[in-house]
Design a protein around this ligand. Structure first.
Ligand SMILES: [Zn+2]
Length: 165
């Protein structure tokens, strides 16, 4: 699994050698945001599986087509694996063909937050849980017509609660 920390180190070095100014972006795009749910790093290690920790706390990305939630088609709510906050409704889930659970809108205005992510030499919008700040995935502008957005999520960072039939 690649983490952003590992990639940033390589990317910064490459940017400096090439004389590019892109290495400065992470500094500009890092406002200090506080979250209702906070834990120490040691506590997160205890609360999360190694895979969840790598994604939620280290910005890793799960391999595509590996999440059981990809084929979760029941009605319900997808929540944060770190703090339990509701993130997405099954009503906005769609098959993007990417191999990651995809949604065209968050559950509500308080579900998620976004930041600019310049890792991997790309400018992307990273999505995090508004409850604990855990990294969830990225948002792209090539979603279905409803909103035109595609929230590309790591399934390992979420849990699913079906609604009672
Ligand atoms: Zn959370």
């Amino acid at each position: 699994m690649l983490t952003r920390r590992m990639v940033l180190t390589g990317g910064a070095a490459a940017g400096l050698m090439a004389g590019s100014v892109s290495w400065a972006w992470p500094v500009l795009a890092a406002p200090v945001e506080t979250f209702p749910v906070t834990h120490t790093d040691a506590e997160w290690h205890k609360l999360l599986t190694p895979e969840q920790y790598a994604v939620l706390r280290q910005d890793a990305t799960e391999r595509p087509f590996t999440s059981p939630l990809l084929n979760e088609h029941r009605a319900g709510v997808f929540g944060c694996a770190g703090c339990g906050r509701g993130l997405y409704s099954s009503e906005t889930k769609f098959d993007s063909g990417t191999g990651w659970p995809s949604f065209w809108a968050p559950l509500n205005d308080n579900a998620i937050g976004t930041t600019q992510d310049t890792s991997f030499g790309m400018i992307r919008t990273a999505v995090h849980c508004a409850g604990c700040g855990g990294h969830l995935g990225h948002m792209f502008n090539d979603g279905p017509p409803v909103t035109g957005l595609r929230y590309c999520m790591n399934g390992v960072a979420m849990t699913f609660k079906p609604v009672a039939a």
